[in-house]
Design a protein around this ligand. Structure first.
Ligand code: NAP
Length: 659
């Protein structure tokens, strides 16, 4: 559609949390001045430009330079003090105008206006434009929702898809399929929707990336209570999304996918499911979309004697809320993201705790990790039209380059295995300095607290000091000798120490590279997908697999970002790509499409090449990002923009169409 056409198009907002009006501003100038002093200027200026319809004050000298983030983010994207001052004057004028003219809503932007505001927010990165429009509620060409309807393309054709899973990925897929009017069923093995956020209920569970970078483009909640949302808040969000989108009532709970078999004659998948209680059912679908998550199947190391333990043993994901840990002796095995949250949350209530550490985590400073959204943020989101959505977009902008520059390996760098580049070494030194402060007076603990691998090689945690405070408590010990065995009463380490405990918490992570574990998918010639993968799961764009027609993975191999970008964006785009593929099948009146092996090989080589340049791709690094073959099979090494590009359309040259 031409830019002019877009301006004329009347578009219903693609946002389940859309709010037409904000509250009126009535505060005097002094109060507005106070608000402006504490506001995030780029987000506020963008919101004011949209609400007033005046973009003239977004002059190039006010653009946030997007100073790269090493360890802590730079206020206002690194705007100079002088630019901030001028920005505040412009913001104050804008707020006064909203008040004096009684403006309480933003109209949809024109195409060119959107470009002007995006150019301001991104400091001229016009190549990010399309991706950001996907996230921008007010853009006339917000491009996530399907622009077609099943009945217009394939009226009368019998067609149905199966979506497997109702977590973050499954809900994204179901919402987009529903918008296009493509018939589908959605099954969920658990009793409730929400996937990982439904399962992980351990004490302290919360997001460890900023809340406003963790939501759907089509469900832009504005009143998040915390800067890093608590687990229950995300659960509630997902439930609300499912209700508002009409998906909640469609989910078949307690229904597990066992297998799917492709029949080339009929062009249908025969799917075998089991309902809790044992009933098995066979059904046929034209397409199967798996959204079964990555961090789902617990990794519980097979320590000798593991099953002999007489106390309570539980994996972080299977936390038993009935277990009373107060006054008990507790062992926590692991020091990853889950342990980081559990240990400080329960430490004050237990009699004693021992943390079994194989390798220490790198932690980025996040002073506001446990904080509520600020009072000023709350005012702005209530009184400035779409402020929260602009703030979300601003977080998205900052997340595009993210921290890639800190983890890219420098050729001929001689700091291995401790760092991969000069910048990476600087980050190492800064984080080590912070650890030195946190563990001052505890030299033995400090020695073990500094990781022996480069920052970013494993997933970095966010820290406001609670981890070190817990580990330096008198009743907490850190054990670094490897676990030799588990006995009926505790854990024995290689150095012969016996730790007598009442509760063992396995915060030992998951088996993410074993995609579709427990499900058999047989495609062309009856080949089972795990045999085709041979321990190295691969998919084109992380979505389609050669030999498996009309089969799509949402959150498949190599789509997880770790130092940049939004997971929701990746999952939405994978869903949208699957839908575009189905549209192609319908429009061509064929049974199915099957990705060509060479397209997948090209994609995998491209992704592998980039992953090898990263801290996590170094040969001496071992993380859950890699599979049994040593290939980095979890991580997307580019920005969200590249994923927007590769999922923008179906390239017919990449596919065989099966008549
Ligand atoms: P993880 O990061 O894989 O950490 C597992 C821990 O267990 C590591 O410290 C690991 O040591 C240790 N471990 C594993 N096997 C062991 C063994 N045989 N002996 C001794 N120690 C062993 O798992 P996680 O903490 O559950 O987190 C997984 C991912 O889930 C995160 O990276 C993150 O993506 C996600 N997550 C997100 C949030 C959030 O947003 N709030 C919270 C939790 C988890 P090594 O490091 O030496 O391997």
């Amino acid at each position: 559609m031409s830019a002019a056409g877009l301006d004329e198009a009347v578009q219903a907002p693609d946002d389940l949390f859309w709010q037409e009006h904000s509250e009126r501003i009535t505060e005097p100038d002094e109060e507005l001045q106070r608000i402006v002093e504490a506001a995030d200027l780029p987000a506020l200026l963008a919101a004011l430009a949209a609400a007033t319809g005046d973009t003239s004050f977004l002059t190039p000298d006010l653009r946030p330079p997007l100073k790269p983030v090493d360890t802590v983010s730079h206020p206002h994207g690194g705007m100079s003090a002088e630019a901030q001052e001028r920005g505040r004057a412009a913001a104050l004028a804008g707020l006064r105008r909203l008040r004096d003219e009684g403006i309480t809503r933003s109209r949809m932007l024109r195409h060119a206006e959107t470009g002007t505001i995006l150019e301001f927010l991104t400091n001229g990165h016009t190549e990010w434009d399309g991706m950001l429009r996907h996230e921008l509620d007010l853009a006339p060409d917000k491009n996530g929702a399907p622009d077609w309807q099943f009945d217009d393309v394939a009226a009368g054709r019998e067609f149905s898809a199966l979506i497997v899973g109702s977590g973050v990925a499954g809900l994204a897929a179901a919402h987009r399929f529903r918008q296009a009017g493509v018939p589908f069923s959605i099954i969920e093995s658990a009793d409730r929707l929400g996937g990982t956020w439904q399962k992980n209920r351990y004490p302290g569970v919360r997001l460890d990336t900023p809340t406003f970078g963790y939501s759907y483009s089509f469900a832009q909640r504005s009143d998040w209570p915390h800067q890093f949302a608590q687990g229950a808040e995300i659960r509630e969000y997902l439930e609300t999304v499912a209700e508002r989108s009409g998906i909640a009532e469609l989910v078949e709970y307690g229904t597990r996918l066992l297998s799917a078999d492709w029949d080339p004659e009929t062009g249908l998948w025969t799917v075998l499911t089991r309902v809790r209680g044992g009933t098995e059912q066979r059904r046929t679908f034209n397409a199967v979309i798996t959204a079964t998550g990555q961090l789902d199947i617990p990794n519980i190391p097979d320590f000798p004697g593991r099953d002999s333990f007489g106390g309570v043993a539980m994996h972080s994901q299977d936390w038993d809320e009935a277990v009373d840990y107060r006054g008990k002796r507790v062992a926590v095995i692991g020091t990853g993201a889950s342990a980081y949250q559990i240990v400080p949350a329960i430490c004050a209530d237990v009699e004693s705790m021992v943390v079994f550490q194989r390798s220490a985590p790198w932690m980025l400073p996040a002073p506001s990790y446990h904080d509520s959204m600020t009072e000023v943020f709350s005012w702005l989101r209530r009184k400035v039209p779409h402020y929260a959505q602009w703030y979300r977009l601003w977080v998205t902008v900052l997340g595009i380059p993210g921290r890639f520059h800190t983890v890219r390996a420098e050729e001929a760098w001689n700091g291995a295995p401790l760092s991969v580049s000069a910048r990476n070494q600087e980050v190492r030194e800064e984080l080590t300095r912070i650890l030195g402060e946190q563990f001052s007076g505890h030299p033995e603990l400090l020695k073990h607290a500094v990781p022996g691998y480069p920052p970013g090689a494993k997933r970095m945690l966010r820290d406001n000091g609670v981890w070190a405070r817990a580990l330096t408590s008198d009743h907490v010990a850190v054990e670094t000798s490897p676990i030799r065995e588990i006995t009926p009463t505790g854990i024995v380490t290689e150095d012969g120490t016996r730790h007598e405990v009442d509760i063992i918490v396995y915060a030992t992570g998951f088996r993410p590279s074993e995609y579709l574990e427990g499900i058999e998918i047989r495609g062309l010639d009856g080949v089972e997908i795990h045999d085709a993968w041979d321990g190295d799961a691969r998919a084109y764009n992380g979505i389609t697999v050669p030999g498996f027609p009309n089969f799509f993975m949402v959150y498949g191999p190599n789509v997880g970002g770790v130092v940049a970008g939004s997971l929701h964006f990746m999952l939405e785009r994978a869903s949208e790509y699957a839908l575009k593929a189905i549209r192609e099948v319908l429009a061509r009146q064929v049974k199915a499409l099957d990705v060509r092996p060479e397209a997948m090989e090209r994609f995998v080589a491209w992704v592998d090449g980039e992953n090898r340049q990263m801290a996590w791709g170094q040969p001496y690094v071992r993380t859950w990002y890699q599979n049994a073959k040593g290939r980095v099979s979890q991580i997307w090494p580019f920005t969200n923009v590249e994923y927007w590009e590769v999922t923008e359309s179906i390239n017919p040259a990449d596919y065989d169409f099966l008549a």
